[in-house]
Design a protein around this ligand. Structure first.
Ligand SMILES: [Cu+2]
Length: 248
């Protein structure tokens, strides 16, 4: 006959094993979410910067630059809220029709902070710039009028930062796509101003977002109107700032 002591010991063991069982099952549930996402491939995000959009409010009437999201059928969509998945390779292409160097870069209207001319948070710490200038002859698109232009990623101008141009007295950066987390830069992708008088450059880079949540994005070239360049577009969602929602 089982003694009372042994009986309670067996009960305790059952509860303990049961408890561990629940724990294991719970762990499996938790870990199955990223496992399910592993077979999923990279996602693409294409942004377009258009330099002269009519900005009209009570105090500012001006043409200003804006970021747009290029939708799946080529349509332009608002960049106010950009939704991206976590734990997936994100292939970002920025088509920038704007041009011109900037002597001011950084978090206020008088700063000259080289951090924002650097490529931060991308795969390999680089971006690839495609721009049809003689200065950067290797960073061109290939193609002609009778066949499709193909961009060979990796054969562009791979850079980890954009340079200061002493002739023009400014950083060769027209805008930045910068993602912040608790005020820290987690991603900084500067777009190339170059020396092409007609402007325009295509920037390609890859990155991962490892945390879910809502993160502000902002351009750090004061390209807006008033407030030392920090008014208008720079302070308006869907123009030079917005939010990136990172989903599970
Ligand atoms: Cu800007």
């Amino acid at each position: 006959m089982i003694s009372e002591k042994t009986f309670y010991a067996i009960i305790a063991a059952i509860i303990l094993v049961g408890g561990i069982g629940v724990g294991v099952a719970y762990d499996k549930t938790l870990s199955s979410t990223p496992q399910q996402q592993l077979p999923q491939g990279p996602v693409s995000l294409t942004l377009l910067i258009s330099p002269n959009n009519w900005f009209d409010n009570a105090t500012i009437h001006h043409t200003q630059p804006a970021f747009f999201v290029v939708g799946p059928n080529g349509q332009l969509e608002s960049s106010a809220v950009i939704t991206l998945p976590s734990h997936r390779l994100i292939k970002l292409t920025i088509i920038d029709y704007d041009s011109g160097v900037t002597s001011i870069i950084g978090p206020n209207g008088t700063s000259n902070n080289s951090s924002y001319a650097k490529v931060i948070g991308t795969v390999g710490g680089v971006e690839y710039v495609y721009n049809g200038t003689a200065q950067y002859i290797n960073s061109t698109l290939s193609g002609n009028a009778s066949n499709d232009i193909s961009i060979v990623h990796g054969s562009g101008w791979a850079v980890s930062s954009l340079p200061w141009n002493s002739t023009f007295g400014g950083w060769e950066v027209t805008h930045t796509f910068t993602l912040l987390s608790n005020g820290q830069i987690v991603l900084n992708v500067p777009t190339f101003a170059g020396t092409n008088p007609s402007g325009g450059a295509v920037t390609f880079t890859e990155f991962y977002l490892n945390n879910t949540g809502s993160y502000p994005w902002q351009c750090y070239v004061p390209c807006g109107h008033e407030l030392d360049g920090w008014g208008g577009a720079m302070a308006t969602a869907g123009w030079m700032e917005g939010v990136v929602q990172v989903t599970a």
